[in-house]
Design a protein around this ligand. Structure first.
Ligand SMILES: Cc1ncc(COP(=O)(O)O)c(C=O)c1O
Length: 406
């Protein structure tokens, strides 16, 4: 018998967040070494606790989740989600426009499967959380990267986006606030994206999973609130704002003119009904979570964990010669730059492996986010402020003598 070969659509699929560095860290942990794993944005692993409002909703309603629910998701949950998006200014969203699934990850994969035919192109950011690149590839499409500009606080370069639209472009992915840069995009940029989508017939895929994690008094603008004559799919979920990554609770909201999204909607019905329904248990907590904005606000305000952890990180990075960073306005991440002259980094993967071995800190290098250079890496700012500060001091100590060979 011949070996079983995998599909060619998986050829370029990659995830460095759980790649060789991750497996090396597991080996170190097995040997009894203590590794600070800053490779994933998984809050509960750093002591963030399930909000009480959600625990109560889960315990009191558990019997309601025993049967398969509606393939789009439980009615009460979809009502709460629709109200949330309408509250953010997205016009005309009803519970029938919502699909709930096992995290934004599953919904992104379904959306690209529905949207993309072989050879179609989708614009995705660079640097970028690899979910979107992979989802486009698996659907048989081609991810086309647009550049996010560090000099503009990581706001995407609109001229670059425009220049990359071709007759094959079907959609554009906007991740705002962004992973890995933590950038929050200005409304002026978002409006240009909407105008381009209108002009070029693009579906806008807005990944707004971090929309509630915005700091310093800034306000998040829902992309889909900026027009009602353009089709949008907005992705959101509870993994980050309510720290329940393991619940696998995410959704998508379709908005814009119904006549333009009719086929897309049919495709989503085909895919979601095929898998019967999403995890009903996690849907029980959605109404309670969306009412409990206080839980999230507490984390992002001064004195709250996410705020203080970011402050500690920025304070310590500022002391490290050769390292610079754009302070993130949202999310849990920053994407610092390593000086070329000083460190001569020709392989960012080697840099991350060397750091792991020397200081037992696991971080994902920029190339893991489809960043084409060797000069960045992502920091996940989830440990408590004092641990974050210590990790940055260790990083500084490591970098004080680090230089790659020519
Ligand atoms: C930008 C972005 N989108 C989606 C996800 C996945 O979210 P979920 O847990 O809902 O699948 C993540 C997770 O880190 C993310 O950073």
């Amino acid at each position: 018998m011949e070996p079983i070969v995998k599909s060619v659509t998986l050829k370029d699929v990659h995830s460095d967040i759980r790649g060789p560095l991750y497996f090396e860290s597991l080996k170190m942990i097995e040997r009894g070494e203590k590794v600070l794993r800053l490779n994933t944005g998984n809050p509960a692993t750093f002591g963030f606790k399930l909000p009480e409002s959600m625990r109560k909703a889960l315990v009191e309603n558990v019997d309601k989740a025993v049967a398969y629910c509606d393939f789009r998701g439980m009615k009460a949950a979809r009502e709460a989600i629709a109200a949330y998006h309408v509250g953010k200014g997205v016009k005309g969203v009803t519970p029938d426009d919502i699909f709930i699934g096992n995290g934004v990850s599953e919904m992104a994969s379904m959306a690209t499967t529905v949207l993309v035919s072989p050879g179609d192109e989708v614009l995705v950011p660079s640097p970028s959380y690899s979910l979107w690149t992979n989802a486009v590839l698996i659907a048989g499409g081609k991810p086309v990267f647009y550049v996010c500009d560090e000099k503009q606080e990581w706001c995407p370069d609109f001229e670059d986006i425009k220049s990359k639209v071709t007759p094959k472009t079907k959609g554009i992915v906007i991740i705002n606030p962004n992973n890995p840069t933590g950038a929050l995009y200005p409304e002026e940029f978002l409006k240009k994206v909407v105008d381009l989508a209108r002009e070029k017939n693009l579906l806008v895929l807005a990944d707004e999973i971090y929309d509630r994690l915005v700091m310093d008094g800034y306000k998040h603008t829902a992309l889909a609130s900026l027009a009602d004559d353009v089709p949008f799919v907005t992705f959101n979920g509870l993994s980050k704002s309510h720290v329940v990554c393991g619940f696998r609770c995410g959704w998508m909201a379709i908005s814009g003119p119904k006549n333009l999204t009719e086929q897309f909607m049919q495709g989503m019905v085909q895919l979601t009904s095929m898998r019967l329904c999403g995890n009903a248990l996690t849907q029980l907590v959605i109404p309670a979570a969306l009412e409990d904005s206080a839980y999230t606000e507490e984390m992002i305000n001064p004195g709250g964990r996410l705020y203080e952890q970011r402050e500690a990180t920025m304070r310590e990075i500022a002391k490290i010669p050769g390292l610079s960073v754009v302070k993130n306005k949202g999310a849990l991440y920053c994407f610092p730059k390593l000086d070329k002259e000083r460190f001569n980094i020709t392989s960012d993967k080697k840099f991350a492996m060397d750091l792991l071995h020397a200081k037992r800190i696991l971080m994902v290098p920029g190339s893991g986010f489809d960043w084409p250079y060797n000069d960045h890496f992502r920091i996940v700012m989830l440990p408590e402020a004092h641990e974050m500060a210590k990790a940055m001091q260790d990083l500084g100590d490591f970098l004080s003598t680090y230089r790659q060979e020519d």
